[in-house]
Design a protein around this ligand. Structure first.
Ligand code: HEM
Ligand SMILES: *[C@@H]1O[C@H](CO)[C@@H](O)[C@H](O)[C@H]1NC(C)=O
Ligand SMILES: *[C@@H]1O[C@H](CO)[C@@H](O)[C@H](O)[C@H]1NC(C)=O
Ligand SMILES: *[C@@H]1O[C@H](CO)[C@@H](O)[C@H](O)[C@H]1NC(C)=O
Ligand SMILES: *[C@@H]1O[C@H](CO)[C@@H](O)[C@H](O)[C@H]1NC(C)=O
Ligand SMILES: *[C@@H]1O[C@H](CO)[C@@H](O)[C@H](O)[C@H]1NC(C)=O
Ligand SMILES: *[C@@H]1O[C@H](CO)[C@@H](O)[C@H](O)[C@H]1NC(C)=O
Ligand SMILES: *[C@@H]1O[C@H](CO)[C@@H](O)[C@H](O)[C@H]1NC(C)=O
Ligand SMILES: *[C@@H]1O[C@H](CO)[C@@H](O)[C@H](O)[C@H]1NC(C)=O
Length: 304
């Protein structure tokens, strides 16, 4: 049952349904013409930077607005505010200790370098590491054919369960993040079918509690992938909660007080509020309500 789901999942991530073409390769060709490692990495840079700071490009011009994950938003009526996890406000980062620590991931230029299609101003910062890891990880998820070769480095970060272990993330937060990925993708011309398949796969892989170890990054073998870890998260259909030994430490992360080192973010994004962005909610939601997000997403897309 479960392994069938995972096969279907990786299939939907790896290929664009009937054509068996990778999402990454397909849209690299569409947007940047030459389907090589440089351009595939650029595609992931455009996508991830847009997810983070909202739409910023003029060439290609965005087909829709993307608020991004750093502004206050809402997901299914619930307020979402992810910035405190990124700017050092919360003691929510895992650095191997028994509890979370404060890290400012906007420590190398904030939004400014991202607007120039760069991860950070320099290469020795928390911001550089996080952004490049996101390009690499999503590059593998979207099946970039040059992943790990040429200008496309392989992912060398931690498992999703352990990276997000002290964040106490719930369905609204993970749902909002995935929604921004979907909006960023459509803003670059990714079809609704492809976005639905990818969003459904992200939800299935990361949006459930206690999911069993599965392979996402081949070099890393099977890893724990649940990002949604708090008690509001739906339980995986084949839960292995005992494999998440730290789940008793998943509590609402504390805030850095006067004694913390967290200061201003230096972030140059407008503090607009994103609300009512619901382009994909209906589809992803109905998929989940059906026979399972990924298998459902495939059936949905094939039916069209
Ligand atoms: C589909 C959902 C998500 C995916 C695929 C994802 C993916 C990733 C990846 C690949 C990393 C790099 C880990 C490393 O370098 O070891 C990361 C780190 C991080 N993510 Fe997520 N993420 C997701 C949702 C979220 C959400 C909802 C938040 C909420 C704030 C979040 C906050 C962070 C933070 C703060 C880090 C830095 C962690 C650290 O270096 O300690 N992520 N994420
Ligand atoms: C496309 O992928 C499916 C499932 O991964 C596989 O069964 C099929 O043989 C592939 N078709 C082609 C033409 O490669
Ligand atoms: C991109 O290149 C890879 C390998 O170099 C190839 O398998 C794939 O079919 C190409 N895709 C497109 C859309 O050109
Ligand atoms: C990929 O193609 C672009 C031109 O579109 C070129 O600038 C770049 O050097 C090429 N990268 C590789 C690795 O060949
Ligand atoms: C984002 O995209 C929307 C819709 O195309 C546009 O109206 C808005 O000006 C863009 N914002 C930025 C900062 O480019
Ligand atoms: C549990 O916590 C320890 C110490 O912080 C860490 O090394 C380990 O990777 C964590 N396990 C999981 C499944 O996140
Ligand atoms: C933590 O793990 C226990 C069993 O090991 C499980 O019963 C419980 O549901 C888990 N809690 C969360 C929030 O995942
Ligand atoms: C601030 O917190 C650190 C540990 O987080 C502690 O070692 C230090 O003594 C604290 N300083 C003050 C002034 O409370
Ligand atoms: C988000 O809202 C909170 C309170 O509702 C506010 O303190 C914070 O400044 C807002 N953040 C942004 C980026 O607008």
């Amino acid at each position: 049952m479960h392994s069938f789901r995972i096969v279907a999942l990786m299939g939907s991530l790896g290929s664009v349904l009937a054509q068996n073409m990778s999402v990454c390769d397909k849209y690299t060709t569409a947007l940047l013409k030459d389907n090589n490692s440089t351009n595939q990495y650029t595609l992931l840079t455009l996508l991830v930077n847009t997810v983070v700071i909202g739409n910023y490009t003029t060439d290609p011009a965005p087909k829709n607005a993307v608020p991004g994950i750093l502004v206050n938003g809402t997901y299914k009526g619930k307020e979402v505010n992810l910035l405190p996890y990124f700017d050092g406000t919360l003691l929510s980062s895992n650095r191997g200790g028994a509890s979370g620590v404060s890290i400012n991931f906007l420590d190398d230029g904030g939004a400014e370098p991202l607007k120039k299609n760069m991860p950070a101003n320099g290469k020795n910062s928390m911001q550089y590491k996080l952004l490049t890891h996101l390009y690499q990880f999503f590059g593998k998820l979207l099946a970039c054919s040059t992943y790990g070769t040429g200008d496309f480095p392989a992912y060398s970060g931690h498992s999703m369960a352990s990276a997000h272990m002290f964040m106490d993330l719930g369905p609204s937060e993970v749902g909002y993040f995935i929604q921004q990925v979907g909006l960023a993708a459509t803003s670059f011309g990714v079809s609704t079918d492809d976005v639905t398949a990818v969003a459904g796969a992200l939800d299935m892989l990361f949006g459930y509690r206690c999911s069993p170890a599965t392979e996402v990054i081949p070099e890393q073998g099977k890893t724990l992938n649940s990002i949604c870890q708090n008690e509001l998260c739906p339980l995986d259909r084949t839960p292995t909660c005992a494999a998440y030994p730290n789940n008793s430490t998943v509590v609402e992360p504390g805030t850095v007080g006067m004694n913390g080192s967290a200061t201003g973010t230096g972030l140059g994004v407008p503090s607009a509020t994103a609300s009512g962005v619901s382009v994909f909610e209906g589809k992803v939601g109905s998929v989940r309500a059906g026979i399972g997000a990924v298998v459902g997403a495939l059936a949905f897309a094939v039916a069209l």
